[in-house]
Design a protein around this ligand. Sequence first.
Ligand SMILES: Cc1cc2nc3c(=O)[nH]c(=O)nc-3n(C[C@H](O)[C@H](O)[C@H](O)COP(=O)(O)OP(=O)(O)OC[C@H]3O[C@@H](n4cnc5c(N)ncnc54)[C@H](O)[C@@H]3O)c2cc1C
Length: 323
Amino acid sequence: MAKSAQKKKKPKKIENLLPETQRSVLLKKHTTFRVGGFAEYFFIAKNSDDLVRAVIAARELKIPFFILGDGSNLLVSDSGFQGLVIKARNNQYKIEHQKICADSGVAVSVLVKESVKRGLSGLEWAGGLPGTLGGAIRGNAGAFGGEIKDNVVEVEFLDNRNKVRKFSNKNCAFSYRSSIFKKKSFIILSVIIKFQKGDRNKLSKVAKSHIIYRRTKHPLNYPNAGSIFKNCDFKKAPKAIKKRFLSVVKKDPFPIIPTALVILEAGLSGKRVGNAQISKKHSNYIVNLGGAKASDVKKLIKIVKDTVKNKFNLVLEEEIQII
Ligand SMILES: Cc1cc2nc3c(=O)[nH]c(=O)nc-3n(C[C@H](O)[C@H](O)[C@H](O)COP(=O)(O)OP(=O)(O)OC[C@H]3O[C@@H](n4cnc5c(N)ncnc54)[C@H](O)[C@@H]3O)c2cc1C
């Protein structure tokens, strides 16, 4: 065997592949819940090339990784994340005619503001929706009858073989709070969103009304991660429950029983474990009263699921992502 072949290959290290990587970064500072331990490695992707580079590096080094948007849909464990957290801060966008092409790290609020300002209709339902475009696409975020899928033309993503590809809307397999990107763990890089022409003042009023609604009805004065559970599909609910909740069924985007009301009816409003509490203002929110632990939140989630199953024979499904 040639001498060179006998030489042992030096193992690759994260500091060589991603020299900008930070160590031991506290994740609670990067989530709206203000819960979560340390990330072993933390890398800020300033553009989509960085995002691709970081994912490929993690795969090459065989270390677990996850993409962090604005952390508004996350419950991060108290023991943190052993691996690489890649913060998506790729935030370029351009507006041409009735389309916006935006990086996945752009805040949805920026896109709402920019489109409304130009009299472009399509995203006004998302007034007050926290998070990045990537997070919204992955979970097909929605509110007030709208869903992000309604506006998507094309999504550029990195697949599991490190290939950059594009999917048109119909290939994204959007469904209630889900998409192909969630099912297959694809990495969203950029998105093209289409709009219709609209009246700037009317659009602005709609977006603002949603922001005001959220401020009035949601417990935004405490750290939280939005709705903990998905709403209940009315069609799938047991007969007796359908009857009991018939008067509160609404279309969002299909007929649902609001989970907040189910939790309220179960008598759990205000229930507390440690410093995590089921909000008295909106029962599908758990609020962090200060220094809550992920373990407290998890215990509360279990209490809610068990109680609702026992009382109403309804199985609640988490909307938040648990890391
Ligand atoms: C007060 C409040 C109100 C909310 N109201 C709503 C609402 O009305 N409707 C609704 O649908 N949601 C709502 N949410 C939840 C949240 O805002 C959305 O789910 C949002 O789209 C998440 O985006 P993010 O950037 O914060 O994602 P994160 O929380 O950072 O991440 C969520 C998931 O997406 C993944 N991800 C993020 N970026 C990418 C990417 N580029 N490629 C691949 N995966 C990625 C993450 O790995 C993670 O699994 C609310 C949250 C809060 C705090």
